[in-house]
Design a protein around this ligand. Structure first.
Ligand code: GLV
Length: 328
């Protein structure tokens, strides 16, 4: 029997590519940059499965152009690049890669919290540019992490790992979550639930965001939210760029309404080189790398491969975001 045809939208861990090549007739997009839209629209015409990344928009137009498509496996936990209701209508199962990146992403959010609070990137620029003339009592002062108050906005898997790590710094940890309160974790990790977002923002020294991107969370953090924060606040986002109104963030950083920010994600990715945020010293801008450890990216790729292969066989992918397609 002919093997199913799949398109893999980028090079990834060889282990995952070997799994896919064994089970399918695979075409691999080898460029560093994502396949351009017109190319992707052509490639999908004849495929049964697509391994997509968060840079590939999988919408109604693409699914209409792909009459044989049975499975879209996204190598990411977030799947805001995919129109899932539309996929369900088309009878296409969608897979994602939750769990394996939780701790790695939490580690990186912590890297941003610490580097931003203690001005690590700025210090590096300072040193390299020859500004380091002496040890100075007033030079590059930041804000303490230990014993400070951490505010977690969105306390799912990643948020909880952030909270665990905060215990080592003797922090007070507040969280706000609109999906569900977590009484057990509140006890176990000493978390305090704050029902109103603005109350959390006004109390926290460090604010870190871990919500998915949905209509309700687009620009969740905007002018009024920055205004609610302390002037000493450090703000970190490693969820999705559009959760934060970047123009409002620029104003808040420029005017000193908040102390500093660390972003792993931006509204447009990559951030355009003329974005005003790039002119500020009190922001760290990372290129969406929170899950980028060797081990985790390998696990994400093999998990995406397993989802793809199961979906092609008509089986439930181990991690499926619209199981109702196969349950019908
Ligand atoms: C990365 O941002 C992911 O959603 O996996």
């Amino acid at each position: 029997m002919a093997k199913p045809k799949v398109f893999v939208a980028r090079k990834m861990a060889q282990e995952a590519l070997d799994m896919i090549a064994d089970a399918t007739e695979m075409e691999l997009w080898e460029d560093e940059l994502p396949p351009p839209r017109d190319v992707l629209l052509k490639k999908v015409q004849d495929i049964d499965g697509l391994l997509s990344l968060l840079t590939d928009k999988v919408d109604a137009e693409l699914m209409d152009a792909a009459p044989k498509l049975k499975v879209v496996s996204n190598m990411a936990v977030g799947f805001d690049n995919i129109d899932v209701p539309e996929a369900t209508k088309h009878g296409i199962v969608v897979g994602n890669t939750p769990g394996v990146l939780t701790e790695t992403t939490a580690d990186f959010a912590w890297a941003l919290i610490m580097a931003t609070g203690r001005r690590v990137a700025e210090g590096d620029r300072w040193t390299r540019s020859g500004k380091w003339k002496t040890w100075g009592p007033m030079i590059l002062q930041g804000h303490d992490i230990h014993h400070a108050t951490l505010g977690i906005v969105g306390c799912g898997r990643i948020g909880l790992e952030i909270a665990k790590r905060a215990r080592g710094f003797d922090m007070k940890v507040l969280y706000h979550d609109t999906i569900r309160r977590k009484p057990e974790e509140e006890k176990e990790l000493g978390l305090e639930f704050i029902p109103k977002l603005h109350d959390l923002l006004s109390k926290a020294d460090f604010v870190t965001v871990h919500v998915p991107l949905m209509a309700e969370t687009r620009h969740l953090i905007s002018t009024a939210e920055f205004a609610a924060m302390k002037p000493t606040a450090v703000f970190v986002n490693s969820s999705r760029g559009p959760v934060v109104d970047q123009k409002a963030l620029y104003q808040a950083l420029k005017s000193g309404q908040i102390f500093a920010a660390g972003l792993d994600v931006t509204e447009v990715e990559p951030i355009p080189m003329d974005d005003p945020l790039l002119t500020l010293d009190n922001i760290i801008l990372a290129p969406h790398i929170a899950s980028a450890s060797v081990a985790t990216r390998t696990k994400m790729a093999t998990m995406a491969a397993a989802n793809l292969i199961a979906g092609l066989k008509g089986e439930m992918p181990p991690n499926c975001v619209n199981p109702e397609v196969l349950q019908k």
